[in-house]
Design a protein around this ligand. Structure first.
Ligand code: KIV
Ligand code: ZN
Length: 501
């Protein structure tokens, strides 16, 4: 097996996401979870950047056992000293030194020529190696570096003692085919390359970070630098969960390759990182987005319920996600609806099911998300359905701050439609009085309660009433996204009970 080393830089490059800064204890909590996840290397921070970052790397080195703990440093004495001081408490410390090698960076940022860059890189690696046995070197902006110069730098830093040479696509400029060729070129052209691991570090400016990382391993890279949820500078880094699951799911392509990641911890780690960084995960994010295993379309729901693999290439429980989520909505079909009812413990007969399904479809037209509580309310409507002496055809209300509430109600009764209108203290009262006129029964409202069944502006409202008439008290229940309609249904439900007696 060719084990691909997973180098997690959530706490360093990931923390460079604007707005994602973490304090020492938060970093420690994430680092501990990364160890549970099984990453091989944790880049815990950039110790020279701030006293807080130094402390966070030091604490991680002291407390997190298992993975290599790495600190980042520029090719400067003070950076390497700080990185060394911070990581030395780890049983497995690493220093990661970087220096830009592309013409653009050398000319405009560093204002140094190739020879000086080469000398500095070699000096920095030797200096770091004197302090720590495990040194990684990154020629920053490698994908835009002149190939011959890149090969010379890589060869020289390996001779100087670098055990890992990381090839960053710093600005996310590379395309997968080209990046794979770059790695292949390094493998074929650098004579001492077998003495080091080739690593890759891809940014996502063109949305290609994962593809580039995968192209690299197919061409000989042995380490992928990545972050949870794809966090990182600008558009982020290659997402850890995506590279890991691509290698695991497409064994046919990545044959003989594996990682040490315990995939069942992916979802939990993603949630923790999102919570502590305050960076939400987009709902359609691969592997860890809330919709990654959700199915809305009736055709897909039917397929997944018959055989999961029809529409899912990963079992959600394999990444710690729990169950496939069948999201009931206007595209859902009877199969999914019946299955959900069963799961919620409702066994409806065919007639009840048909009516419940129609009610569900009409609710789905009004409401974006249908929750289990909505389904329960619909099912209960059917189970507790009172034979309807009167059934609601339509109603109309006029109400406002300057007008007297007025209602017109039409009820079906023995194949006839009966109408009445009435004023009232409020729109509900006006409707109830109109119903009384039609039924000829005078109901006294003893209790009225309204509560929302689910959250959000389009929540389903449920009304329960107690109505007294001729000395008898009955209760009634109705639900709708329109609270006047829910109120009318509840009152009518009670009146039907009274009419039956
Ligand atoms: O993107 C980059 O080049 C980096 C280096 C420090 C490896 O983050
Ligand atoms: Zn980076």
């Amino acid at each position: 097996m060719n084990k691909i080393i997973i180098f997690d830089t959530t706490l360093r490059d990931g923390e460079q996401s604007p707005g994602a800064s973490l304090n020492k204890m938060e970093k420690l909590e994430i680092a501990k979870q990364l160890a549970v996840l099984g990453v091989d290397v944790i880049e815990a921070g950039f110790p020279i950047a701030s006293a807080g970052d130094f402390q966070a790397v030091k604490k991680t080195a002291e407390e997190v056992k298992g993975p290599i703990i790495c600190g980042l440093a520029r090719a400067l004495k003070k950076d390497i000293d700080a990185a060394c001081m911070a990581v030395k408490y780890s049983r497995r410390p690493r220093i990661h030194v970087f220096l830009a090698t592309s013409k653009i960076h050398m000319k405009y940022k560093l204002k140094k020529a190739e020879d000086e860059i080469l000398r500095t890189a070699v000096w920095a690696v030797k200096y770091a190696r004197d302090k720590v046995g495990d040194v990684e070197f990154s020629p920053e902006d490698a994908s835009r570096t002149e190939k011959d110069f890149l090969y010379r730098v890589v060869e020289s830093v390996i001779d100087a003692g670098a055990r890992t040479v990381n090839i960053p696509d710093t600005v996310g400029y590379a395309a997968p085919f080209e990046f794979g060729e770059l790695i292949k070129g390094i493998k074929e052209s650098v004579p001492n390359i077998d003495k080091a691991v080739i690593s890759v570090h891809c940014h996502n400016d063109l949305g290609l970070a994962v593809s580039n990382s995968l192209a690299a391993v197919l061409n000989g890279a042995g380490q992928i630098e990545c972050t949870m949820n794809g966090l990182g500078e600008r558009a982020g880094n290659a997402s850890l969960e995506e590279v890991v699951m691509a290698i695991k799911t497409r064994r046919d392509i990545f044959s003989g390759m594996s990682t040490s990641i315990n995939a069942k911890e992916l979802y939990r780690t993603s949630r923790l990182v999102s919570k502590l960084t305050g960076m939400p995960v987009q709902p359609n994010k691969a592997i860890v987005g809330i919709n990654a295993f959700s199915h809305e379309s009736g055709i897909h729901q039917d397929g997944v319920l018959k055989k999961r693999v029809t529409y899912e290439i990963i079992d959600p429980s394999d990444v710690g996600f729990g169950d496939t989520r069948i999201v009931l909505g206007k595209h859902s079909g009877r199969h999914a609806f019946r299955e959900r009812l069963k799961k919620l413990g409702f066994e409806l007969n065919d007639r009840e099911l048909e009516k419940a399904f129609r009610q569900f479809k009409s609710l789905a037209d009004k409401k974006k998300a249908i929750f289990d509580e909505d389904i329960e309310a619909i099912a209960e409507d059917q189970i507790r359905a009172v034979p309807e002496v009167y059934h609601l055809q339509r109603f109309y209300v006029a109400s406002g701050s300057q007008v007297k509430p007025q209602a017109e109600v039409a009820l079906g009764f023995r194949k006839k439609i009966l109408n009445a209108s009435s004023g009232g203290d409020g729109p509900v009262d006006a409707c109830y009085k109109a119903i009384d006129k039609i039924t000829g029964m005078k109901g006294r409202l003893v209790d009225y309660q309204l509560h929302s069944i689910t959250g959000g502006k389009d929540a389903l409202g449920e009304v329960t009433v107690k109505v007294e008439s001729g000395g008898k008290v009955v209760s009634g229940r109705g639900s709708s996204t329109d609270i006047i309609e829910a109120s009318v249904k509840a009152y009518l439900n009670a009146m039907n009970k009274l009419a039956k007696r």
